[in-house]
Design a binder for this molecule. Structure first.
Ligand code: ASP
Length: 466
């Protein structure tokens, strides 16, 4: 295992070091070869002279993986390169070993990479990821998640994993399904979110839950969407006011930005809480870009959009659908009887304790207080077009669980990918995910989705119809 990364070499002037990395840039000056040695932390100029046995080996091994020993020395004043962190020093190579040779990469790795076709970049993603920009994105993704985990843990939250092989939970998209070998003809669904599990964890008494959760949604692809994505999933019991959740998130993001992205300026604190209807009227969108200066790459305009309508009309399906999901608590204006009547006669008039979290014109999260009155919940399922027997089949487990002392609860789920995309002003969430799918939902490196062998199809009792 390596002990010294290239960025540490500044501490080793006039000392002997052993470094590992790739040959990055190669400049043959006849008697001397200059090359940049690269590892994940940066690059360092190295120089080897023609009397060294490593000289000939190096000539043949551009881009190869190297082990190099030598002395770190100061560069003469006139050869200092202010553009790189190690620009004042270089490595005088004494011993050089090629640990493995390399083909010439199919595209430049020293650039930001935006100029290269994305298909090619994704096919050779393991090379694309050597790019400094992508390393930074993934490093800060790690730091962001670590910060969130620690911050919530310090405040009494427990991270709990929920199943990936599960049953459909409606979040407004199609499910990805997995055939069951043991129960031919039956399917698991991949979770569109851990929504029902996290609510069940509230009945189970965990009170403050979070999870860095993978979600799967079969939607038409877009730049800020992927078939699978990661969200910070949160659920809290004994919540009586949605403001408790909003201020928790506000404090988390304020602390996170201050710690990890101090160069960012937040437009307004506290984050504005804006009513959905007013926002739609004023900005014609429910995710307004509230930055004061849209040319400033370091401005973050967070806001919460609150008071969403509960239902929207789906013309294609000729039915009412929940704007967010069916588990949202509806705002009361009269008695329970009034509410049931409104659900039956004018669902469009109902508003919900539902909020979106937006930043710079992107929706970076959403959540709600949850409905815990079983009669209302069943009515909501009915309004959405479910028949009685379907409700039992799809949601019977949740309705049953709600009979055992369900605490008032609510939650939210900010997206990790979209937040990082905004932070780094990236054009797509693919730039902050290690191995994303293309815009068309393919993994070009692994070549998936792919066919299944006859044998496996048989085992699953699945027939492919042309
Ligand atoms: N499950 C919701 C979502 O993924 C978030 C929530 O309501 O907590 O959007």
């Amino acid at each position: 295992m390596k002990e010294i990364f290239i960025e540490d070499t500044l501490k080793f002037i006039n000392k002997r070091v052993t470094l590992y990395g790739w040959v990055w840039n190669f400049r043959d000056h006849g008697k001397l070869i200059f090359f940049d040695l690269k590892d994940r932390s940066g690059i360092l100029q190295a120089v080897i002279d023609s009397t060294n046995p490593g000289f000939q080996i190096l000539k043949k091994s551009k881009y190869g993986a190297l082990k190099v020993e030598g002395i770190i020395q100061k560069r003469p004043e006139n050869l200092i390169n202010p553009k790189i962190k190690t620009g004042e020093i270089e490595l005088k190579v004494e011993k050089l070993e090629v640990l493995s040779s390399s083909l010439i990469p199919p595209f430049p790795l020293e650039t930001e990479g935006y100029e290269i076709s994305e298909e090619l970049r994704l096919k050779y993603r393991y090379l694309d990821l050597r790019r400094e920009r992508l390393f930074r994105n993934l490093l800060y993704r790690h730091k962001t998640i670590l910060f969130i985990r620690n911050w919530l843990t310090e405040r009494g939250f427990i991270e709990i994993e929920t199943p990936i092989l599960t049953k459909s939970t409606p979040e407004g998209a199609r499910d990805y399904v997995v055939p069951s070998r043991l129960y031919p003809g039956k399917f698991y669904a991949l979770p569109q979110s851990p929504q029902q599990y996290k609510q069940l964890l509230m009945i189970a008494g965990f009170e403050k839950y979070f999870q860095i959760a993978r979600c799967f949604r079969d939607e038409d692809p877009r730049g800020d969407r992927q078939p699978e994505f990661t969200q910070l999933d949160i659920e809290i019991s004994w919540v009586e006011d949605q403001e408790e959740i909003l201020s928790l998130i506000e404090n988390l993001y304020l602390d996170l930005v201050k710690e990890l992205f101090p160069e960012k300026k937040i437009t307004k604190v506290p984050f504005p809480r804006l009513k959905y209807q007013e926002v739609i009227e004023k900005y014609k969108t429910d995710k307004p870009d509230l930055r004061e200066n849209k040319n400033d790459p370091n401005e973050l305009a967070f806001a919460f959009i609150v008071d969403f309508p509960m239902f929207e009309w789906k013309e294609t399906e000729k039915r009412w659908d929940a704007v967010h999901h069916p588990f949202v608590k509806i705002k009361r204006t009269g008695t329970k009887k009034d509410l049931i009547e409104k659900l039956e006669k004018e669902p469009q008039s109902l508003f919900a304790f539902q909020y979106d979290f937006v930043c710079n014109g992107y929706e970076i999260g959403g959540g709600s207080l949850r409905e815990t009155d079983i009669d209302i919940l069943i009515k909501v399922f009915e309004v959405m077009g479910n028949k009685k027997e379907d409700i039992e089949k799809k949601f019977g487990h949740l309705i049953e669980a709600f009979k055992y002392g369900v605490p008032p609860h609510g939650g939210i789920a900010p997206g990790i990918d979209r937040f990082l995309m905004v932070i780094f002003n990236e054009p797509s969430i693919r730039e902050v995910i290690a191995f994303p799918k293309t815009g068309e939902g393919q993994d070009l490196m692994m070549n998936s989705p792919d066919n299944l062998d006859e044998e496996k199809l048989k085992e699953l009792k699945i027939k492919i119809i042309d």
